[in-house]
Design a binder for this molecule. Structure first.
Ligand code: Z5A
Length: 228
């Protein structure tokens, strides 16, 4: 490895993803964390999937409206992957290379669970696509928000009262429980990357659990969390 490569690696930003089922509180907590990290002196950007980059946001509309359902789950997986690749190339990789911390609301684990565990798409096909589209941008830390599906659906229904459920939210409790177990399996299989957050507690206590996970990650990496 050349000196230049060492230098580039040492300034790479942190890549942190939020995963879990519907209504788990990911979007609420990711915004809180972004504000908190900025207060501590970190450069942060917030992105989401499907979406983030303008191209991926266009695909988001197609997949979440259900317009792509008739093409089958394999082709939906391809669309999520295409959106991911655009977000990686346009937003995530440039930010990481710039030393910025990237917080992403859902990423590759959502494809493994929604298209794989739940949609029945072949695991090898999904993983090959994942390798190709992430282009080496692998999360350093993944927070998996865990809560019983009934609680998540109850919370999400408040949001649906305004917008209605999307293509994936309109499925039943049994399916949601299957996904919950899918996320928990990823956490068991990749303990160095994943931390399970008990999302079935007050907003304040979930924020504390997120903060504790971040502190632990920075400590283990020998880095300064309180930069301010
Ligand atoms: N999808 C896929 O199939 N494959 C993929 O590769 C990817 C995604 C990347 C994206 O939906 C959909 O795409 C998703 C998977 C699929 N479908 N589903 N379902 P999205 O981006 O529109 O939504 P989401 O990611 O599922 O988020 P969500 O349902 O909006 O939930 P959330 O972000 O986890 O929760 P929230 O918005 O922060 O909170 C929901 C409500 O609960 C809200 O009113 C909060 O004020 C409240 N809340 C939050 N925390 C608490 C606590 N602790 N107590 C009480 N109330 C709370």
């Amino acid at each position: 490895m050349s000196d230049t490569e060492v230098e580039t690696e040492s300034v790479r930003g942190h890549f942190i993803t939020f995963e879990g089922g519907e209504g788990a509180g990911k979007s609420t907590q990711i915004k809180r964390l972004a504000d908190h990290l900025e207060d501590l002196g970190h450069d942060v950007i917030l992105t989401r999937e499907p979406g983030g980059s303008p191209g991926a946001e266009a695909v988001r509309h197609v997949v979440l409206s259900g317009a792509a359902k008739r093409f089958g789950t394999d082709m939906e997986a391809v669309l999520f992957a295409a959106a991911r690749n655009d977000n990686v190339e346009q937003i995530i990789k440039p930010a990481l290379e710039n030393g910025t911390t990237v917080l992403c609301d859902r990423f590759m684990d959502s494809s493994r669970v929604y298209q794989g565990v739940s949609g029945g798409v072949d695991e090898k096909f999904l993983l090959a696509m994942e390798q190709a589209v992430t282009e080496g941008a692998r999360p350093d830390l993944t927070l998996i928000f865990d809560l019983p599906p009934e609680v998540g659906l109850q919370r999400a229904s408040v949001v649906w009262a305004e917008d209605g459920p999307d293509r994936f939210e309109s499925e039943d409790i049994e399916e949601q429980e299957k996904r919950r177990q899918g996320f928990l399996k990823i956490a068991r299989d990749e303990p160095d990357r994943c931390v399970v957050i008990d999302a079935n507690q007050s907003l304040t206590n979930v924020s504390k659990a997120v903060d504790a996970a971040l502190r632990q990650y920075f400590k283990q990496s020998g880095l300064d969390y309180n930069r301010g």
